[in-house]
Write a protein that binds this ligand. Structure first.
Ligand SMILES: [Cu+2]
Length: 155
């Protein structure tokens, strides 16, 4: 009987230690999201969110997903060249963010796809999204809607 009690106490103690370790992990995030912007879209069309993830820490982290309330679906995408030389997009899966490095999400590359935006996104509008990282946890991102750099050049 005493032995069993000891085991239970040990288990509770160990569990608390694990919980504490996880809490300190998610505090002071080494992950910084910078240079955020999104491209304009009319209601029900697709927009995309771009940014730079900076990992200031000494450990690798992984982007595992994204969420937002402004689109029907939010997915992490990568652009790739198809056989016919056209550019396609596909879900990017998990993206490793190496220690002491920056990872850029940009037009023609990695992006957070906002599929079916629930209202018009006009230049100057502000939107919010959440990035999910394996260690840093949920990171709230604010972005302003801006003109695509390419469209600017064409004008
Ligand atoms: Cu996409």
């Amino acid at each position: 009987m005493k032995k069993e009690l000891l085991i239970i106490i040990t288990l509770i103690f160990t569990f608390n230690l694990i919980t504490l370790a996880q809490q300190s992990k998610s505090r002071n995030s080494d992950i910084q999201i910078q240079k955020t912007w999104a491209r304009p879209a009319v209601k029900y069309a697709n927009s995309a969110l771009y940014f730079v993830i900076e990992n200031r820490g000494g450990k690798i982290d992984t982007l595992i997903g994204a969420q937002s309330n402004i689109a029907e679906e939010t997915e992490v995408h990568e652009s790739f060249k198809k056989d016919n030389d056209k550019i396609g997009m596909r879900p990017a899966g998990r993206i490793a963010i190496k220690p002491k490095s920056e990872f850029e999400f940009k037009p023609g590359g990695f992006h957070v796809m906002l599929l079916g935006v629930l209202k018009d996104l006009k230049i100057g509008d502000k939107i919010e999204a959440v990035l999910l990282l394996k260690y840093a946890g949920k990171i709230k991102v604010k972005a302003e809607v801006r003109d695509m750099p390419m469209t600017k050049e064409m004008k």
